[in-house]
Every structure is written in C-alpha cells, then in structure tokens.
Design a protein around this ligand. Sequence first.
Ligand code: PMP
Length: 395
Amino acid sequence: MGLLQDKLSKFRLPQLYMEQGVYPYFREIDSHQDTEVIMDGKKVLMFGSNSYMGLTYDKRIIEAAIAATRKYGTGCAGSRFLNGTLDLHVQLEKELAEFVGKDDALVYSTGFTVNEGVVSCLTDRNDYIICDDRDHASIVDGRRLSFSTQLKYKHNDMEALEKELQKCKPESVKLIVVDGVFSMEGDLANLPEIVRLKEKYNASIMVDEAHGLGVFGHQGRGVCDHFGLTDQVDVIMGTFSKSLASIGGFVAADKDTINWLRHNSRSYIFSASNTPAATAAAREALHILKTEPERKANLWTITNYALDSFRQAGFEIGDTESPIIPLYVRDTDKTFEVTKLAFDEGIFINPVIPPACAPQDTLVRVALMATHTKEQVDYAVDKLTQCFKKLGILK
Ligand code: PMP
C-alpha cells in the first residue's frame, strides 16, 4: 500500500457509524421524489427534500425536458463560451434576469459552480470578501479561490460585520456575500441592516437565493424582493435544484457585472453547459412559479402549521422563518441515532453535523414542500417527539 492509501485508510468515521447501524448518508430512493418516496420497497415520508414547490414530478416539466432532449439531444458537448450555448440557455437567462429584477443573467451547470465561479472572480488582490460564518460551502470555496483578503463575521451579527468593514481600506472593493435564507437553520439574512452598512461603507452585496427563490417575495422572486431591496443588492444567485425542480444555477446582476463574469468566471467558461433537459425543465418550472401562486400559498400554510406544531411539542427550532425547520440535538451521536429512529418510523430527515454547522449546534433538518399535508406533518411531529424523548433530547 502506498503512502496515500495508508493515510486515507485512517479515515474510519463512516465505518464506525455503519457498525453502529446509524450511518445516515447515501440512502437509496427507488422512486420519484414527492412527499412520499419508496425506499427498499417501503413508503417513507420525505421531509428532507429541497423541492419546496413539490414540482420534480410535474408532468408539464417532464414533457418540457423530453421535448428539449428530442430537439437538442442529451448534452451540449462543450462550454457556453464555445459550442455549448443554446437559444434555450439564452431565453432562460433573459427570463431569470427579468424575474429577479436585474439587467442580465448567466446560467451555470449547478448552483455550486455559480458561487465558486462568481465569488472567486469579482474582486482582486486589493479587495475584500466579507462572509457570514454560516454561508454555504460553495461561497466558502469561491472565497478561498479568490486573491482578495477574506473576512468573516459571526452569523447575522451586524456589529461584527461593521467591525470587519471598518478594517477595510476605503478605496478597495468590499463584497459582502450572504445566504438569503440560511440553508441549515432556516433563518434569513438581516438584509435591511446589511444594506444600511453597505451604503455607509460603500460596499457591494451578493445574495444567495438558493432557498429564497420560489419561497419568498412576489411570485417567489426571493428574499431580496421580500425585503424590497433588489435594487440595493448588486449580485443575486440562485439554483434550479430546489424550487425549480431541475439542476443548474444562475447569477443575475447589472450588464457590466454579467459581461465581466461571462468572460472571466472560470466555472462558467471551462465547464460544459447545462443539459437541454435540465434547462427546459427549469424554464417550465419558472413559468409555473409565475402562473400558479397557490403553490407558494400552500407551502406557507403547511410551513406555518409545522412551525407551530414543532414549537408546541417543545422542540428547540432556533430562529427559522422558512420551510427549513432545524430540530436542535446538540450532540453528533444522538443526531445520527435520532435520524435512524425516525427512518425506522418511516420519516426521512437529514442530520446536520460539522462542517455544515458548529459542533455544539448539530441538528436534524426538516424541510417542507408545498405538497405536504397536515396529516403528514402531524405524523412526523408525533413520531419525532417519541424519538427525541427516547434519546433524552426532549424532556
Ligand atoms: N447555495 C446554497 C445556500 C445551497 O444550499 C446550495 C445547495 N444545497 C447551493 C448554493 C448549491 O446549489 P446546487 O445544489 O444547485 O449546486
């Protein structure tokens, strides 16, 4: 065995959890994903999906993906920069820019590569990137790839953000990058205050709308729209992998910013473009968001019902204001154990442990979809209460 294998073989953590029978990752699903899925021949209630609109099996979206595949084929065999641009990509970019309220947009192959390729290339050596310490991993990676000075502040702590801004040279670009909705805790960025500080210190703001799109704002335009601050936010990104029932992502901004990214963003230029099927599916889902407001209304009815139910049952759910409900466990082993107990009761939830959260903040993440019913929520609250009590997490 070489040195490399020798080193990697010491990584025993997954085996340890497998031996205890609580390893919670890569569980196989044998069906499409809605509020119920089939796993190992059994029905399981899905409370771990980001498909907030419940659209991943919508017949119209499926047909749009099939039609695009028939017309354009299964792949584009090249990057957007060269042979990979379809009229479909450009149409979707125009529609997304219009939807989120910016001049122009670019479609990437995943949301991850948007953050990686945008955050890394907007600023340079003399500049600063300032992040919330709970920002998504893709923002962290984008920040790490940049040549700028990297600063972080404690989650949503506006005094801490101001202190970081005071450290920056006034003449340098200062890019503040935040999740609009924090993906594990479900709370919102304090955008009104961030915008006030941006103006005070002549900074710029980029907001990740991965979990805001579809869920907040008029027709689901996102958290920036929800706060009425779209014009004050410089750069908006979103993904297709959640409310838009597909895979891919986009960035939207003013014409000059998009022109810069189009010719400099490495994950856009050096990676193959999004498939015709995924692009057409996202387009159709966007159309549905705009024309079927009842979906967002249903999502909020069930979200508010679930928030009340979990609170009343005594769960610690933090500051969430969204369909993402964190049930704090505050112990890694118990987080895995409770995930397994819930699964045995037919409930799929996701464990969240470091580096996705701080070590003392481990939790299981419950996520709602527009298609969940009150009966499903009641069942989950009841069974999760029993599981949490069994492990002494709930008294
Ligand atoms: N930003 C946030 C806040 C996310 O939660 C995610 C995905 N979980 C991404 C970006 C990356 O998006 P994608 O899965 O579409 O690559």
